[in-house]
Design a protein around this ligand. Sequence first.
Ligand SMILES: C[S@@+](CC[C@H](N)C(=O)[O-])C[C@H]1O[C@@H](n2cnc3c(N)ncnc32)[C@H](O)[C@@H]1O
Length: 301
Amino acid sequence: MTRIGEAFKDATDKLRAAGIDSARLDARLLVAQAVGGAPTMVLSAREREMTAAQSAVLAASLRRRRAREPMAHILGEREFWSLPFKITAHTLIPRADSETLIAAALRDAPGDGAGIRILDIGVGSGCLLLTLLNAWPKAAGVGVDISAEALDVAAENTHRLGLDARAQFILKDAFIPGALAALGATALKFTHIVSNPPYIPDGDIAGLEPDVRDYEPLLALKGGRDGLDAYRAILDGVGDILAPTGKVYLEVGKGQHRDVIALADQRGLDVVGVDKDISSVERCVILHPRVRSRTAPIEGS
Ligand SMILES: C[S@@+](CC[C@H](N)C(=O)[O-])C[C@H]1O[C@@H](n2cnc3c(N)ncnc32)[C@H](O)[C@@H]1O
């Protein structure tokens, strides 16, 4: 029999030897998961003996983590904007960077969300759409994704958060011409369009950290030759489905904000602002439809 404290030390050593920077934190979370307790009890109950079954669970988790499988996959969950989201190998693991979109949208529309209709393009686990619906109790929204498996996870997260009545999910390729316009044909226009699309240039995928490259869905990462394919498709389509006073919140990769603003400009959308993430990287491009002047220009002026 092994005590919790010994198992924690042994797990930390094994993860450290495997080159995992967050070895101590990961070990603590994996021991807590194996014994079915809170992370704090790894320290407070260090003298308690683990059962054989608990030790077997821990050994299996350590094997997975040493092979660089992400913690969110092993734990089955990741926190985003202080809400728990179920995560599988079919969903991108929500990133803290994406909370920049949430902060921007909530800042721009404080209140209960009455009249707000959200579209989340590439909804994945549902972290963006569901966080906004949770914050705006009167808002409703639609999430679109090309992955049926991701939508199953989003639906489960919706249920867990008690948001079933206000969230709808549609399985479709949102990046083919006309796909987004079709969403507007049957529904009211959207006041808020949010998206964290795949934006990694194809040539950069091989150089990603193994935790990301080998375990996260390629569909969620690959953005085409220059990383901008999804933005072109989204910006081609949003004009048809965005309310005249609506806004688009797009997550962008490091250094992509200028290109995305230029693509938007060519399609009649003006930039409202660019918000930085916690690492001071321009992360969220906020757009709205160009306001056309009511008065025609005076000839010769
Ligand atoms: C970067 S992930 C974002 C997931 C989630 N919104 C988040 O922020 O964590 C991009 C998502 O876009 C989806 N996706 C990729 N290509 C798509 C397409 N052609 N049409 C619709 N969704 C697509 C992927 O399946 C993935 O869930």
